[in-house]
Design a protein. Sequence first.
Length: 214
Amino acid sequence: MIRDFSKVLYSQLTPGHELDIPDSFPESLRDSILKFHRSEDRNLRIASYKLLETILVEWNGSACTLHNLQRTTSGRPFFPSLPGETRFDFNLSHSGNIAICAALSEGTIGVDVEQCRPFDLEDARAVFSTDTWERIMTSTNPEQEFYRTWTQVESVAKAEGFGISGPIQSIRIDHDRAYFENRTWRLLDVPVGDGYYCHLASSRKLTRDCVSRL
């Protein structure tokens, strides 16, 4: 088993090409995927978990599979650690035609990717603190700054385990760091393609060397 491990894999799906659910997926995961009516939504979830399977093989061969997957009370997926094992954390995200999986040993990680689409920025005013909203609206490109900030904030919220339904207004962003309560998160901008923003939030510093396209 690799003790010091960090890996980020992303893939770009081909529009109109429907993915089959692999036989290696447990029945509970297959059922959750099939609940989505749109093929695009099913494809993104299939692709995300296929990336996770690829990372798991690199992490520990066949010792851990998706059949070991559990979820917290808030719905965050995780693998339980056994006594003496190195802790392994991962997070998934997808948007547009991009799926991404980020994994880390002996730490915690969150990832968020968003496809940039035009929308009324005022609809997002209540999401951010007053200071953060002012920074977005006074930037040279408020829409781009919104997506940059949103992926930073949501990656932290996912690392914390509460997601966007939690106290995201309390997350403070300062360049390549984010702060929530007494915890500091290291932020990393991940370039996944034109028209997308993506950020990692991790409990230890990572670099783009751990990022690959599959």
